[in-house]
Design a protein around this ligand. Structure first.
Ligand code: SAH
Length: 342
């Protein structure tokens, strides 16, 4: 049992008296102790018992890569040898003005089963769901390694969060808890390939977690070509779920739209996308495609991306064209793991 996957309530049932459990949590999240032995205000027999019954670290750092733009990418090994990626995207003053966000992008599965045609994460198939502790530990390790407080989480790493719903929500609740890192729910964004049941379920959570939907196509024809999930949940159903989320939460969601040359970058897609975004009050995050070695897809040139963005803005939709970060360290979507394994 890993301490980082437990709620305080659960730990209290296992460790008495309560103040001892709280001391342990303080060591784990406030002082970020790396071993039970380091918890010097606990009696030695308790430390020994903890070391015997609990695990503290779920991940081992394998590799760290620094990009010229200060993005850091981490490759972690799990106890079964699986590799996952985590990215730290620090605030970039000057680039995004007064932004002081330290964003960590976490993975939720080893591999991915959804097989989006353009994505590197699914190339080697699906291995397994990550435990809550393995998700929490990604944030923990990055904060420890970088000596920087993390205050923003995007669940946009390897894997599909809604295919591992329970563990992802457990991890986010722990990261949100005042006895752990206290990261605001509004500072957490879950990105989904478009699992309708997950979107509806998230709408009913009391936590105010943000939602991002990977759209990447504004018609079933275009989306279906690159995202197999569109067969199970076509756009009509996906939009209905987004509408439900927007209504219940009274909050804006984000449509992610990667721009792939001659696949989904046509102007008529932009017009359709604008209509969809208006309907559910979504803002649009345009991301020029990050080419993946071995895959045929390319990104459109900058002008074409700008035209696409312009169409959305003319239609009154808030649309950002993402500034690439970390491309030189293969920070996009499963590429570092792929390089390492090969
Ligand atoms: N499974 C979830 C979260 C992980 S992917 C989802 O699909 O949303 C996070 C985002 O990166 C998704 O929008 C995904 O489509 C996108 N992505 C995958 N490969 C990419 C690439 N090579 N370049 C740019 N974005 C990519």
């Amino acid at each position: 049992m890993n301490i980082k996957g437990l709620y305080r309530d659960e730990l209290i049932k296992l460790i008495t008296p309560v103040y001892r459990a709280d001391q342990i949590l303080q060591w784990v999240y406030e002082k970020q102790a790396e071993s039970f032995d380091a918890m010097t205000n606990l009696p030695a027999p308790l430390r020994a018992k903890l070391a015997e019954e609990f695990a503290l670290n779920a991940l081992k750092e394998v590799k760290t890569r620094h990009a010229t733009d200060t993005t850091e990418k981490f490759l972690f090994k799990l106890h079964d040898g699986s590799l996952i990626e985590t990215v730290l995207i620090p605030a970039t003053p000057g680039l995004t003005s007064t932004d002081d966000r330290q964003t960590v992008c976490v993975s939720t599965q080893a591999g991915c089963a959804f097989g989006c045609k353009f994505c590197a994460s699914g190339l080697d198939g699906f291995k397994r769901n990550l435990s809550a502790a393995e998700i929490v530990d990604q944030v923990w390790q990055v904060q420890k390694l970088m000596k920087q407080k993390v205050n923003n989480i995007v669940v946009m790493g390897m894997g599909e969060p809604f295919a591992n719903y329970e563990n992802v929500l457990r991890a986010l609740r722990i990261l949100n808890a005042p006895w752990a890192f206290g990261i605001g729910a509004r500072k957490m964004t879950v990105s989904t390939v478009g699992i309708v049941t997950g979107i509806r379920r998230l709408a009913e959570e009391p936590m105010q977690i943000r939602l991002a939907v990977s759209l990447h196509g504004a018609t079933d024809e275009v989306r279906g070509k690159i995202m197999p999930i569109n067969r199970k949940f076509p756009l009509k159903e996906l939009m209905a779920a987004c509408e439900y989320y927007a209504q219940v939460k009274g909050k804006m969601l984000t449509f992610e739209y990667i721009l792939i040359e001659n696949v989904n970058d046509m102007i008529e897609q932009a017009h359709k996308l604008a209509g969809m975004a208006r309907r559910v009050h979504a803002k649009v995050n345009l991301i020029p495609y990050n080419p993946v070695e071995g895959l045929p897809w390319q990104r459109p040139d900058r002008d074409r991306c700008k035209v696409f963005q312009h169409v959305l803005r003319q239609a009154g939709i808030s649309a950002t064209l993402r500034i690439e970060k970390g491309t030189d360290i293969a920070a996009a979507c499963g590429q570092l793991r792929l390089q390492h394994e090969r």
